[in-house]
Design a protein around this ligand. Structure first.
Ligand code: 5GP
Ligand code: ZN
Length: 123
């Protein structure tokens, strides 16, 4: 199961290809170490993926040395949400195959833009 997610060098990683512009993608946010773009299969009116430019597979690969990546993803998502004037939104990390993670390059889902609040936590 876990080996299906393994992609330690990023060579065949679809998000690394987006970072290297091998897959043309419009960036919503580009910072020194963070990129954001629309999810290809949106699950909400606004569904944006915020990723680090460095290939890290998952939240499970974060430790005290590199956990700043998570902070930068969250702050990137917040900046986008403010720019889009979202009054509320969800931030989701899927972790591991059983957690619904398909792409093994850490990414934060920013979901929002519903006409009215879903009003409940749909996890
Ligand atoms: P995960 O399930 O790994 O947390 O989420 C991966 C997300 O990446 C999915 O929501 C999927 O729709 C999105 N995705 C997969 N391939 C591509 C792609 O080539 N371009 C973009 N923009 N999104 C993608
Ligand atoms: Zn990658």
């Amino acid at each position: 199961m876990e080996t299906a997610l393994k992609n330690s060098d990023g060579a065949s990683c679809i998000f690394c290809k987006i970072i290297k512009k091998e897959i043309p993608t419009e960036f919503i946010l580009e910072e020194d170490d963070v990129l954001a773009f629309d999810d290809i299969n949106p699950k909400a009116p606004v569904h944006i993926l915020v990723i680090p430019k460095k290939h890290i597979e998952s939240v499970s690969d974060l430790d005290s040395e590199n956990a700043g990546v998570a902070e930068r993803l969250i702050l990137g998502a917040k900046k986008i949400a403010e720019g889009k004037k979202l009054s509320g939104y969800k931030l989701v990390f899927n972790v591991g195959q059983e957690g619904g993670q398909i792409i093994s390059h850490i990414h934060l889902h920013l979901l929002g833009g519903w006409p009215s609040s879903p009003g409940k936590l749909e996890v």
